[in-house]
Each structure stands twice: as structure tokens, then as C-alpha cells.
Write a protein that binds this ligand. Structure first.
Ligand SMILES: Nc1ncnc2c1ncn2[C@@H]1O[C@H](COP(=O)(O)OP(=O)(O)OP(=O)(O)O)[C@@H](O)[C@H]1O
Ligand SMILES: [Mg+2]
Length: 256
């Protein structure tokens, strides 16, 4: 199973947007896909329309109960081949309970995922450097770090880099790849300088995801509209710039 961890300690850069669009793209290509909603905000869970009731098992149970398996927690989505380990605010308590002396808390998620039968697993992470993010980095093949053209985003990459170095003790093959999101085609020199500085921290994918702008008669952009509707951007507007960029990003990732 190929595990991709979608990161940046900076909020709002597009981690969930990239995670869910990738998940749907892979599922529609016939892969069996598991999304891990590793964020107590539960945005990926809400996106896929998964409801958490009082007796619903969530990712928090998987982290905290030794006997709980992925099969106990997983929910099917309305997309074929696409399942999710859902989350809500209860994940906060699990996050705080995790770091314990003399316990391999860093690799709990890895142990649980090891025995599953998916082709691809995408982990949507919170905007922090918590024990949960550490768990995602010890089990993934690749950390995809979503970056925007701004200083805070670069700080976020630096933080994830440090966490990756710590995770490498458990996961020596771990490597990172930055993907530029909200790229402004007329961003000029400042934007190129940001890309260069990120390149000094980790490789940057040579293709980027542009900032989607609302059409002339629209109130919101295509990315936001698709996210609100629980659909991939290419399902809402296959011809828009972001959807076309996304195809290029997926191709570049598959080639790499
Ligand atoms: N390329 C883009 N163009 C325009 N809007 C975008 C783009 N990418 C993401 N967005 C919008 O930016 C907002 C934040 O995106 P998203 O929720 O995916 O970020 P995030 O990194 O997951 O945030 P958090 O850190 O809170 O989890 C959303 O409203 C989304 O629709
Ligand atoms: Mg998110």
C-alpha cells in the first residue's frame, strides 16, 4: 500500500482540498483508496458526508483502543472503492493521551494500517505538529507538503521538515515533496523566490495548482464550490484551471 501524508503546519493551505481530490481521482481510476481523517476538524469526514453519531467508531478509537482495528472504524463513502477513517473533535482527547513514556505511541497508526488491504492511503493532517502528525509521518512513504506563496507557509514547511527528521528514526525511507497550491500565474519574482526557498528545504513538484478565481457571474471559486458540494473539482468544472493543473500534478507524482 502506498501511503501519502498530506501536511503543513500552516492552516488553510489546501491540505484537505488536495487530499479529497486525490482520493476521488485514484478511486475513479480503479484503485482501492483509504482516506484517514487525521484532523479533529473532521473536514474530510464532512466532505464525504459521513455522519458521526454517539455510537460511531472513529479514528480516535483506533488510536486509543489496542483491540480496535481499521475494519471496526472504516466507513464507505458514496464513491466506489473509497473508504474513510472518520474523525471529529474526540480526536483531540486521543491526541493528548498518546505521548506516553515506554510506549511506541509514534507508530500506532502504522501498526493498524499494516494489516489493511488498500492500494493507496491518503492521510489528511491538521495544521499542527502534534503526535497525530508524527504518527502519519512514521507510516507514510511520502510526505506531501502543501505550500502557498507566503512566509508562514515556508515556516510550516520548516516545521514539518524537523518532524520528518524525527520520524525518520522509525521510517528511514520517508521522503518529502512540496506542492505549490494557490499559485498565482502573475505572481512574479516574489513567488519564484518563495519556490526557491522551499526547494532548499525539500524538493518542489515542478507543476503547481493555481489559485482558482470565481467566474464573472459566480460568488465563489470552483474549488470552494466543489468542496461545499462534496465533489471533486473535476466533477464540478472539468475545464477549470485548477482541475487541469490537478491532472498535471497527479501525472507528475505518478512519474516521480
Ligand atoms: N487552489 C485553490 N484556489 C482557490 N481556493 C482554494 C484553493 N485551494 C484551496 N482553496 C480554498 O482554501 C480554503 C482552505 O482549504 P483547505 O480546507 O483544503 O485547507 P487546509 O490546509 O486543509 O486547512 P486546515 O489547515 O484548516 O485543515 C478552502 O476554502 C478551499 O476551498
Ligand atoms: Mg484541512
Amino acid at each position: 500500500m502506498n501511503i501519502l501524508s498530506i501536511n503543513n503546519q500552516k492552516g488553510g493551505v489546501g491540505k484537505t482540498t488536495v487530499s479529497v481530490n486525490m482520493a476521488i481521482t485514484f478511486a475513479q481510476a480503479g484503485y482501492r483508496v483509504l482516506v484517514v481523517d487525521n484532523d479533529k476538524q473532521g473536514n474530510a469526514t464532512t466532505f464525504f458526508g459521513v455522519k458521526i453519531l454517539d455510537d460511531t467508531m472513529t479514528l480516535a478509537d483506533l488510536y486509543t483502543d489496542d483491540n480496535m482495528t481499521v475494519a471496526d472504524v472504516v466507513q464507505h463513502t458514496h464513491y466506489e472503492h473509497l473508504d474513510i477513517l472518520p474523525s471529529d473533535l474526540n480526536l483531540k482527547a486521543a491526541e493528548l493521551a498518546l505521548p506516553q513514556p515506554d510506549v511506541a505511541w509514534q507508530t500506532i497508526l502504522r501498526q493498524k494500517l499494516m494489516v489493511t488491504d488498500y492500494d493507496i492511503c491518503l492521510i489528511d493532517n491538521p495544521p499542527d505538529a502534534s503526535a497525530l502528525v508524527m504518527n502519519s509521518l512514521t507510516c507514510c512513504n511520502t510526505a506531501l507538503v502543501i505550500v502557498g506563496p507566503d512566509e508562514f507557509s515556508i515556516n510550516g514547511v520548516k516545521t514539518i521538515r524537523k518532524l520528518m527528521d524525527a520520524a525518520a528514526a522509525y521510517n528511514p525511507a520517508l521522503h518529502g515533496m512540496a506542492i505549490f497550491n494557490k499559485y498565482k500565474p502573475a505572481g512574479g519574482v516574489a513567488q519564484s523566490l518563495y519556490a526557491q526557498r522551499i526547494q532548499e528545504i525539500m524538493p518542489v513538484l515542478p507543476v503547481s495548482l493555481r489559485n482558482s478565481n470565481p467566474g464573472r457571474h459566480d460568488r465563489i471559486n470552483f474549488v470552494e464550490r466543489a468542496m461545499n458540494d462534496g465533489k471533486a473539482v473535476f466533477e464540478v468544472s472539468p475545464g477549470c484551471g485548477f482541475a487541469r493543473d490537478f491532472v498535471n500534478v497527479m501525472n507528475a507524482l505518478m512519474e516521480g
